[in-house]
Design a protein around this ligand. Structure first.
Ligand code: KG4
Ligand code: ZN
Length: 359
């Protein structure tokens, strides 16, 4: 079964053809990072306009790279929630129109579900600029499992007893972890997106130089706004500046080594907080057979290294598939279809910028 997956929930315009939920036949991602690096963050209206400009060429390239015509495509899948309103609209309106035009069943998927299903996709390799499927035999995560979803907008621990069955057992009370990386990067004068920039800077830093407190949050929940403020106050203190000193100016006073030390110490704290909660979740759900990481922050090298030491049965999406892409949307839809989910009505499909994965 060949599914065309379409993703536009934030600032990546993506389309991909995936066979049977695992085999990637094409994977086209056009990122708006270059545009938003100049602004230091995503501007929703600009994101929507940029999606509109490249949406159809991205879909056409995905079909071409997969050597497919519309006759070869069995279904279309699209992210309809959660995300930026204007961005979601471009992807869903495109998918709805294509489904009607080409008479294909349409499936609407939740973005976090798609990030989780990136873990079932086969490994990619790069050949002359095109991503090709290496078709490597990959072991899939086993159920029941715990999924840690860590992205720019979410930080949640989910319990999955089976495919397409999700229970939220922990969530953030305030900032998402990716948002925290982005905000700390801004304080340190590092470019957007902050996650990869912090990770890079941290390589030359001392992760034990600054000690940041772990939030005292009950159960399996998270809180990251305090960590961001702790970094801000420690930077001000280190520089001998008052707490009223504007955060946007701090970068002008920091040395390269200080930036590296702050990045490394922050990254270590963030990783420790995530893995401590996961350890607690593991104790509460001892029957789980796998731990699955999902979302943009799962690209983080320090997290991967520490998690693999702590949880031998953990799974990470391939690096290229940890950010937003269409392949994971097609994979999620495949497991919806095989779980008995019926297609949605292309004439009335709505978008839900803030809906939970449980609904
Ligand atoms: O999943 P994603 O691409 O988009 C959303 O669904 O939000 O996640 C984007 C987030 C950003 O906050 C970005 O800074 C973070 O993922 N990120 C990372 C890394 N790469 C991306 N955070 C930490 N380390 C990384 N290597
Ligand atoms: Zn995402």
């Amino acid at each position: 079964m060949k599914i065309l997956g379409v993703e536009t929930s934030c600032d990546e315009t993506a389309a991909s053809v995936v066979e049977d939920g695992v085999k990637i036949l094409s994977n086209v991602v056009v990122s708006q990072i270059d545009i938003f690096a100049a602004y230091g963050g995503v501007i929703p209206e600009i994101a929507a306009r940029s999606h509109l400009e490249v949406m159809m060429p991205v879909v056409e390239k995905a079909l071409k790279d997969a050597n497919c015509t519309w006759d070869d495509i069995d279904s279309i899948a699209v992210t309809h929630a959660p995300g930026l309103l204007g961005s979601l609209l471009i992807g869903t309106l495109t998918a709805r129109t294509l489904a009607i035009l080409h008479n294909k069943p349409l499936y609407a998927t939740h973005h976090l579900k798609s990030h989780i299903y990136a873990n079932w996709l086969n490994v990619l390799s790069e050949q002359s600029g095109n991503e090709q499927n290496r078709n490597e035999q990959k072991q899939n995560p086993e159920f029941p499992l715990l999924a840690l979803v860590i992205s720019g907008g979410h930080t949640q621990i989910l319990y999955m007893p089976a495919h397409n069955d999700f229970k939220i057992i922990g969530t953030t009370h305030d900032d998402a972890i990716g948002e925290c990386f982005d905000k700390v990067a801004k304080i340190l004068g590092l470019p957007y997106p902050g996650g990869p920039a912090i990770s890079n800077a941290a390589k030359n830093g001392d992760k034990n130089k600054y000690i940041f407190p772990h939030p005292k949050v009950d159960e399996l929940d998270f809180s990251f706004s305090g960590l961001k403020t702790a970094v801000l106050r420690t930077v001000q203190k280190e520089l001998g500046l008052p707490i009223s000193h504007p955060s946007y100016d701090l970068k002008n006073h920091l040395t390269k080594q200080q930036i590296a030390d702050f990045a490394a110490s922050f990254e270590k704290t963030a990783v420790d907080i995530l893995l401590e909660k996961l350890e607690k979740a593991r104790q509460e759900y001892p029957e789980t057979k796998s731990i699955v990481f999902a979302g943009g922050v799962s690209a983080n090298g320090a997290l991967r290294e520490a998690a693999e030491k702590r949880f031998p049965d953990c799974y990470f999406p391939e690096l290229k598939l940890s950010g937003d892409n269409g392949a994971m949307v097609a994979a999620a839809a495949y497991y919806e279809i095989t779980s008995g989910v019926q297609p949605t009505d292309p004439y009335s499909l709505n978008i839900y910028p803030r809906i939970s994965i449980e609904q």
